[in-house]
Each structure stands twice: as C-alpha cells, then as structure tokens.
Design a protein around this ligand. Structure first.
Ligand code: PMP
Length: 439
C-alpha cells in the first residue's frame, strides 16, 4: 500500500545503507518471542533481536524500569557516578568468580573490546592481540582488527599487531581424522596454532581475545579442556585472556557465564570479561570486568576511558533488573531446558535431511551446519540461503552465520520466553522449509 511504499522510498532517500541489505519486513511491535507487522501478522524471533533480548522483547519489568528511571535521572557528567551504576557493579561483582570483581559500563560490544584491548596493552606494556580465524568481536577499528569473519576488509589496513590463530572448527578442521571415526585432535591443532603465533609475533603478545562459543564464526563450541589450555598458554607468555561473552553471557548457554562450562582442572577465570547484548536486554548496555590487580596496573600505566555514555544510569538500572530477573527466574535453568528441546528438534532434522551436516551449541545458542555433499562436507551455501528465505516466509526469523565463502550455519537463539509449543513451531517451519527446498 501507499504507506508502505512511502516507507521504502523515504528509507531509500534518507537512511544510509551500511553494508548488508535491510530486511524487507517492517516490524511495528516486538513482544516476547514474536515480532508483529502493522497488519498483526506475527513471526517467531529465533534471533532474540540480534541475540540481545534473552528475556524476550519488551519484557514488562524492563519496560517499567525504563519508564521509572527516565523521569528521575538521565545522563550526567561522565565522572558523576550514580546509585544504579554502583548497584550494578556490586551485583555483577558478586556474580563473578574471584578474582574478577570490578566492572565499568559502556554501550556496545565493539566498545567493550576496544576498552579490553587498550587495558591489556596498558597492563602488559605490550601490543600484540591474538584472535581466532572465525572470530567476531565488532566492527570498530580495534575490535574489527580482531574480527576475522568480517572486520578487516574495509577502509585500509587493520590495526598493526593483530595476529590470527586457527579456530577449533571440529567439523571442518584439518586435525579431524575421518579414518579414526572423525575424532578431532584439538590439542595438536592448538600446538600448531601457537607455533604460528610464535612465528608471527615480534615478541610483544598482550592478549588473546576469544568467545567461549564462536557464534558468528559458526557456533563453534570449544572442546572440553580447550579453554583451560588456552588460559595456561596465555599465562606462560605473559598475555591476558580476554573473553568476549557478548552473546554467551548472562545465562544464554545454561550457565551465567559460558566459561563456567569449562570444568577441567578446576575451571578457568578470564583476566578480562566483556559483556554486552544480553546484559541490556535490548538496550545499549555493556560491561568490562576485570581484577583489582589489572585495574591497578592499568591506572599506573595511564589507562583512560571516559566516553560520554560511560556508566549511564538509565541502562544501568536496566542491567540491575536484567540480573535480578536472571537470578530470580532461574534463566540459566530455563535456557538449558528449552535449549535441550530445541537441540532435540534440530537433531531430528539432521536425521531427516542429508544436508544438515552438524548440530552444535549450548543452551539457547544452537547452530546447524548446511552441507551440499555428505561425503566431502562441501558447504551448502545455496541450500542454506534458500531454506532461510523460505523459513522467513513461513514465519521464522533466524540468521545465517559463518565465515564468508564457507557454508551456511543457521543460528537459532530464541529468548527464554520461547514456549515448548513455539520451539515445536520453529522446528516445524524449518522442516517445511527444508522439504520445500529439497523437493
Ligand atoms: N562480540 C561479539 C561476540 C558479538 O557477537 C558482537 C556483535 N555481534 C560484538 C562483539 C560487537 O558488538 P556490537 O555490535 O554491539 O558492537
């Protein structure tokens, strides 16, 4: 109709395009697990709004806290701290395993990585930053230089001192042994990775930045014991371990923080933890958490971070409510339970459709890898896109992630508001989409 065509012509004329094409769907309301258009048609959102609204869209208590806060307190001078900010730092500090204890608050994931990289450089006095070949840590210049899925191919050279480490891609790794039942020698690959780093490095290794599950890189779960080994290797080289839990943090994987899944050797605590997306449940809130010792070292080295919206009271009030709900409503347990149901449904699709090569992930962060050939495991890029388009038409929003030029991995990351019936509905839509594309 004319209102809709005017929407598109106005967007063409005035809204800057920043890369990927805009979606043809105009969402006018987002509630719980569903998105609605102006006619009241709904679709399931298995992306949680770019993985941010783990508690569901427009959670009534989050809406209320925004309403209450905005009338009382808005942003102040950036060195003026407020009650909601100190409350949030304390709440987070109590949730974090020691020695992690201290946090400050920003807006986006990219920003947390910029800050974490800067802190690591200040603290260690060194400058090299290592990241996985399937990493995504943001698209600003520093974070983008550590983003090997997308960040480095625009606007001239990446920042100097960024080194790449082979991601543990069990399904496709050259260290997978098809002759040996497909077993995966991640320890040999890890050693090989460090041999590459030791050759690339000029001897100034400051930090390794990684996700505990490489989400955009294809839902690559670190093998059990891997994180522990990485943490030891970083310590050995005097580097910090920065964990980016933008997507995995605050309950999505079934634990408060995904690094808590690592049980080997008494577990692992990162030196710096970056949280964003889920912490703000749809609002721009992010946190950088570290130890008192690293904080002290950074200050001595002159670390400065004083962006305008640092420690913002409105989003901090939201963060307090998010953490309150996550603890009170056992969101971790819920994510594990719903995640298990989602996974069971996806495994059935794997049995039914040859082009589903792999199902992986934890809790409500699941992925299915699409292939075009069962023997060679060649990426099924075209099938993936066709299935995703069809699923969208049938009312399921999920996105395709993975390395450019590789296959397609469907990321299924619904919010915890997803009901067992909605999970069945999502699986049924995917089933129908596969049947349609493969017919
Ligand atoms: N780290 C991870 C793991 C992410 O998934 C993202 C966003 N997809 C970012 C960092 C960047 O966050 P933002 O887009 O909020 O800057």
């Amino acid at each position: 109709d004319s209102e809709e065509s005017s929407f598109w012509s106005r967007s063409d004329e005035y809204l800057l395009k920043t890369g990927v094409p805009y979606s043809p769907i105009i969402v006018t309301k987002a509630q719980g697990t569903r998105l609605y258009d102006a006619e009241g048609n709904s679709m399931l959102d298995f992306t949680s709004g770019q993985m941010s609204s783990l508690l569901g869209h427009s959670h009534p208590e989050i809406v209320q806290v925004v309403r209450d806060s905005i009338g009382e307190l808005d942003h102040l001078l950036c060195n003026m701290i407020t009650h909601p900010v100190v409350d949030l730092a304390e709440r987070l500090g109590r949730l974090l395993p020691r020695p992690l204890q201290k946090s400050f608050f920003l807006n986006t994931g990219s920003e947390t990585i910029e800050a974490a990289i800067k802190m690591a450089k200040c603290y260690t006095g060194k400058f090299e930053i290592v990241a996985f070949s399937a990493s995504y840590h943001g698209l600003t210049q520093g974070a983008g230089s550590a983003t090997y899925t997308a960040g480095r191919k625009h606007g001239g050279p990446a920042m100097p001192g960024h080194l790449v480490f082979p991601a543990p891609y069990a399904y496709r790794s050259p260290f997978r042994k098809p002759d040996d039942g497909g077993s995966y020698d991640w320890e040999a690959e890890l050693e090989y990775g460090w041999s590459l780093i030791d050759r690339q490095s000029v001897g100034s290794l400051a930090a390794f930045v990684m996700e505990p599950i490489l989400s955009t890189g294809g839902i690559l779960d670190l093998p059990a014991g891997y994180l522990r080994r990485m943490s030891e290797e970083c310590k050995k080289r005097g580097m910090l371990l920065i964990l980016d839990e933008a997507q995995t943090g605050v309950g999505r994987t079934g634990k408060m923080f995904a690094f808590q899944h690592e049980e080997e050797g008494g577990g692992v605590v990162p030196d710096i933890l970056a949280l964003s997306k889920t912490l703000g449940c749809g609002l721009p809130l992010a946190a950088v958490c570290t130890t008192a010792e690293i904080e002290r070292g950074c200050r001595e080295a002159g670390f400065l971070w004083l962006t305008t919206h640092i420690n913002d009271p409105l989003t901090a009030a939201v963060g307090n409510k998010v953490l309150e709900i996550v603890e009170r409503d056992d969101v971790c347990g819920l994510a594990a339970e719903r995640g298990a149901q989602l996974r069971a449904g996806l495994l059935k699709l794997k049995e039914k459709y040859w082009c589903v090569g792999d199902v992986r992930g934890k809790g409500l962060l699941q992925g299915i890898e699409i292939i075009s050939d069962v023997t060679t495991r060649a990426p099924g890029t075209d099938i993936g896109h066709a299935v995703s388009d069809r699923a969208m038409e049938l009312g399921l929003s999920c996105n395709i992630v993975n390395l450019p030029g590789m296959g397609g991995v469907f990321r299924l990351a619904p919010p915890v508001t997803v009901t067992p019936e909605e999970i069945e509905e999502g699986i049924r839509i995917l089933d129908e989409a596969f049947a349609h594309v493969l017919k």
